[in-house]
Design a protein around this ligand. Structure first.
Ligand code: GTP
Ligand code: MG
Length: 308
């Protein structure tokens, strides 16, 4: 899809956030002074949008330091200043990944997250995108917890035209992952995407199972998994952030996939995720279609959020 089309989808996906808080922030300063009352109101709107206390504090510090020029359209100017501050924060809060994407073969990506956040859907969309780029993709149904789970992955595999390695429901997930690694190596696969069962970050045995999966992957290919993506549902706002904190304590996470941004006005949570976790948001989900999973780019995200 053309870049313009992707931006349009992103914009549409962020409509709820734009219409609830972004536009409100734009109007706070219209016909008003640059004073404590207006600044406080702005701060409140950021908190309401789930930007988080810490990130809001930091943004407001930046904005309070920059007294606007007289005679300007204050609403527009404050909105522009906020956009710049957000982009800087989203860019500055994380460092670039150590390895270039797809620099190893197979490039192994492990997906984690609690129930229903969008792991399987994200894998399906990403599989279709890589396949469209001419990559050889293989999926691993590491969610052996429910029979329906591998069927759902199978359906995505068929749609994207990629194979799925799976076992019977109830099988040991590590065994499926082992088979997936073997198949990826022997079939010369470019990208291996591993689905896992939704797990509560608070359940010790599930976290142990995850560690076992990681050991199997690393034994089969040193350096893998190359990416471990934690999938978070944006509609859960600050709760998602709390999940991420706990996951991060027990396992390495290289990036975040923030799904369902189209279903919430709490799009500001992306800022607190990066700022507080220091883990980059790699992809965002703004709808149900394949093109609605997009690589996250701070500048186009903020532009899409604010553009009328
Ligand atoms: N609107 C919208 N829906 C999404 C997005 N991503 C995922 N979904 C929907 O979220 C629901 C759950 O997605 P799944 O992919 O099954 O989630 P999961 O994490 O694999 O769930 P479990 O395997 O049960 O842990 C599905 O109905 C998806 O279509 C998104 O970006 N936007
Ligand atoms: Mg799933």
């Amino acid at each position: 899809m053309a870049l313009g089309g992707l931006f349009q989808r992103l914009k549409e996906g962020l409509t709820k956030s734009r219409e609830t808080w972004v536009q409100k922030i734009g109007t706070i300063f219209q016909n008003r002074q640059w004073d404590e009352k207006s600044l406080d109101e702005m701060e409140e709107s950021l908190i309401m949008a789930d930007v988080g206390v810490k990130a809001t504090d930091k943004l407001m510090q930046t904005l309070r330091r920059q007294k606007p020029a007289d005679g300007e359209d204050l609403g527009q100017e404050m909105s522009a200043k906020l956009q710049t501050a957000m982009v800087d924060m989203l860019r500055g809060s994380v460092t670039a990944p150590k390895l270039a994407p797809l620099s190893a073969r197979p490039w192994v990506i492990l997906f984690l997250g609690v129930n229903g956040v969008g792991k399987t859907t994200t894998i399906g969309k990403l599989a279709a995108q890589h396949r469209n780029d001419g990559k050889k993709v293989l999926l691993v149904a590491g969610d052996t917890f429910r029979a329906a789970a591998s069927e759902q992955l199978d359906a995505w595999g068929k749609r994207a035209g990629v194979d799925v390695v799976k076992h019977k429901a109830g099988a040991d997930p590590s065994a499926v992952v082992f088979d997936g690694m073997q198949a990826a190596k022997s079939r010369n696969v470019d990208v291996l995407l591993i689905d896992t069962a939704g797990r509560l970050h608070t359940k010790v045995h599930l976290i142990e199972e995850l560690k076992k999966i990681r050991r199997v992957i690393a034994r089969e290919q040193p350096g893998a998994p190359h990416e471990t993506l934690l999938v978070l549902d944006a509609t859960t706002g600050q709760n998602g952030l709390q999940q991420a904190r706990v996951f991060k304590e027990s396992t390495d996470i290289s990036g975040i996939v923030l799904t369902k941004l189209d279903g919430t006005a709490k799009g500001g949570v992306i800022i607190s995720i990066q700022e507080e976790l220091g883990v980059p948001v790699q992809y965002i989900g703004v709808g149900e279609d394949v093109e609605d999973l997009q690589p996250f780019d701070a500048e186009s995200f903020v532009q899409a959020l604010f553009e009328k």
